[in-house]
Design a protein. Sequence first.
Length: 218
Amino acid sequence: MADDEPPDGDHVVQIDDVIAEYDGLTGEFYRGEIDRTSTWRARLDQTTNWAVVVVAAILTWAFTSANNPHFVILIGMFGVSAFLVMEATRYREYDVWRNRVRLLQAGLYAELFAGKTDTPDWRDRIGEQLLQPEFNITFQEALTHRLRRSYLALLLLLLAAWFARITVFLPDQDWRQTASIFIVPGELVVVVVAAFYAVVIALAAYSARGERVREFQE
């Protein structure tokens, strides 16, 4: 028997078999990451949709009759803020899978179709994420990102509706009277609402100055 011939019964690994297996596993991995990304994207949309439905229902009820209390709109502000916190948590999960998909697209598929890539270390980065999974962004970054993209508009809509509800909707009454809640004077209610929105707008404005990778920013 020649020296370069394998012993009887031993399997000779062909390079073509290795490449084919690698390509197959990579394709399966990419499809799995796409499925996870789509699932978490749908969860984000569900949270936003529920927030929009709640806002629409509250505004409809608040302006149906002058006897309906105005502070239901303030409760709506609290509810939208709760949805924002929930969505920020979900966005951190979504960003994990989205980032892996972008690494595969910018690394493997860009090199496959364009013959070049600006992410030569994409294999190492994905491997590190698989070995030690962790979030790519903090909770604060996720919170301010979703605030800027969706929830700031909803909160400002509620603010405008509440202002109209305690002023032009009841023109015969003083705003101090209409803004009051039981024994809480209207001036204090206005101050608390103004302070809340000052914090919200400041967070949105400050976070917009930072660098944050979005789906098409690259």
